[in-house]
Design a protein around this ligand. Structure first.
Ligand code: ROI
Length: 162
């Protein structure tokens, strides 16, 4: 049984609803169907492609799935929610990124864990630290050392009713 963290992002076709649906789908992968979800955040798109703002969040769950099985399950949920892989760094109905798989550091052809970009992305770090303020990353860095007010100011927390 492994505790995992997953980043959620959407910027097309009712993004908040996409995240709500994704959380329900994630509960099917979780022990006792339990998923903890951070607040939702609005964030400006990272990258050069012009596109709508994103809604982002992070989910935490405990699962029996092996890393690649979990990756397959996340990609199935993305496809079920209409994800078409076309433009690199372009808009998407749903993106599910495996951030952390326990304390493991994995470098597989299809999967790098911890997620390669997570330490640079406010829309990942801020919701992750909401869920796990004491978290120490597998590299030994505490999440608290990666967060400051400037980073927090890059994302806008949405109301509790999402
Ligand atoms: N930008 C933001 N703000 N949020 C995302 O989830 C996100 N996802 C992406 C790219 C296109 C890199 N930009 C993003 O895949």
């Amino acid at each position: 049984m492994t505790q995992v963290y997953i980043a959620l992002g959407a910027n097309l076709e009712s993004p908040r609803q996409q995240l709500d649906e994704a959380v329900i789908a994630l509960s099917a992968l979780a022990e006792d169907a339990e998923v903890q979800v951070s607040p939702y955040y609005r964030s400006a798109p990272m990258g050069d492609v012009e596109q709508p703002d994103y809604i982002n969040a992070v989910a935490c769950l405990t699962t029996q799935l092996a890393p690649i099985e979990l990756l397959d399950a996340l990609q199935t949920i993305e496809l079920q929610q209409g994800r078409v892989r076309n433009v690199r760094w372009g808009a998407r109905t749903l993106d599910l990124d495996l951030l952390l798989y326990g304390d493991e550091q994995l470098s597989l052809p299809r999967l790098t864990v911890p997620h390669y970009g997570m330490k640079q992305r406010s829309f990942v770090l801020v919701p992750l630290s909401d869920l796990a303020p004491q978290l120490i990353l597998p590299c030994g860095t505490p999440i608290s050392a990666l967060i400051d007010d400037n980073l927090r100011a890059e994302v806008q927390q949405l109301g509790a009713d999402h």
